[in-house]
Design a protein around this ligand. Structure first.
Ligand SMILES: NC(=O)c1ccc[n+]([C@@H]2O[C@H](COP(=O)([O-])OP(=O)(O)OC[C@H]3O[C@@H](n4cnc5c(N)ncnc54)[C@H](OP(=O)(O)O)[C@@H]3O)[C@@H](O)[C@H]2O)c1
Length: 256
């Protein structure tokens, strides 16, 4: 039935980086579509707040502490998740950080490494744990949060850019390997959306000027990510595997 195409009734979804910004919104959308959501991040008090909101709106939410940069923390989190649910159907692998924009030649190794620890190794780590479980079960969908920087170059953001290109490639390699086991892996590539990650950048006149030069001439609104997220998370997207889907109002069409 067409009206049930995007339904997530009976599904369990894990969202990493759910304590703020896009991840918190993704968790609310998945819960509204019927999924039980397990929300993960380091700031557990924020997760508790979000879980309360989801439950107050009639949804189901569980909280798990997880630092994606720590193998031990991810292992413990998945032990907790295994105890919470027999089956993980959806992973939105969304935790990510940015660093202060700067030229490549000025970048310091520990800053570069710290970003990759979260945006690449962390994404890999969580994806792998979920994939092991989904493969054993014979179904699942993984949505890695990329960026338009998964699909283009970005001046002053080499570390972030490289991490997001790598995330899109990781998704494709995973899709290639796991497709035959009923597991789909795609990358959702948002354009610019206001959040803590870019508040400093877009809070300035220079930042606002930059946004005005984009094809959509504005930031995206969170609600504009709901449809693309549900497409990749639900059976509506059952034949979509290994794609990197930009949701950017066409920002990628015109380099600034
Ligand atoms: N906003 C945009 O315009 C935009 C565009 C494209 C892509 N993205 C991507 O969207 C994702 C979410 O970013 P956002 O914009 O929503 O920014 P945000 O509000 O800063 O959210 C980042 C999330 O990642 C979590 N996180 C950071 N480090 C972590 C770690 N070591 N372990 C576990 N969780 C960690 C944070 O939770 P804790 O601090 O509580 O751990 C937080 O929930 C990121 O991958 C980002 O690259 C954002």
């Amino acid at each position: 039935m067409i009206e049930n195409l995007f339904s997530l009734q009976g599904k369990t979804a894990l969202v990493s980086g759910a304590s703020s910004g896009l991840g918190a919104y993704f968790a609310e959308v998945l819960a509204q579509a019927g999924a039980e959501v397990i929300i993960a991040a380091r700031r557990v008090e924020k997760l508790d707040e979000l879980a309360g909101k989801i439950v107050a709106n009639g949804g189901r939410a569980r909280v798990v502490a997880m630092d994606v940069a720590s193998p031990e923390s991810v292992e413990l989190a998945f032990q907790a998740i295994d105890a919470m649910t027999g089956q993980l159907d959806i992973l939105v692998n969304n935790a990510g950080i940015s660093t202060k924009p700067g030229r490549f030649v000025e970048q310091e190794e520990d800053i570069w490494g710290g970003l990759l620890d979260v945006n690449l190794r962390g994404v890999w780590r969580v994806a792998r744990e979920a994939a092991i479980r989904m493969k054993a079960h014979g179904s699942g969908t993984i949505i890695n949060t990329g960026s338009i920087y998964s699909l283009c170059t970005g001046i002053m953001k080499t570390d972030y850019n490289v991490s997001k290109v790598a995330v899109a490639q990781l998704s494709k390699n995973m899709a290639l390997e796991l497709g035959r086991y009923g597991v789909r892996v795609n990358t959702l590539c948002p354009g610019y959306f206001a959040s803590d990650i870019n508040a400093a950048e877009f809070g300035t006149e220079k930042g606002r000027e930059y946004i005005r030069k984009l094809v959509p001439q504005r930031l995206g609104e969170y609600r504009e990510l709901a449809g693309p997220l549900l497409l990749l998370a639900s059976d509506a997207g059952s034949f979509i595997n290994g794609v990197a889907l930009p949701v950017d109002g066409g920002s990628l069409l015109s380099p600034i």
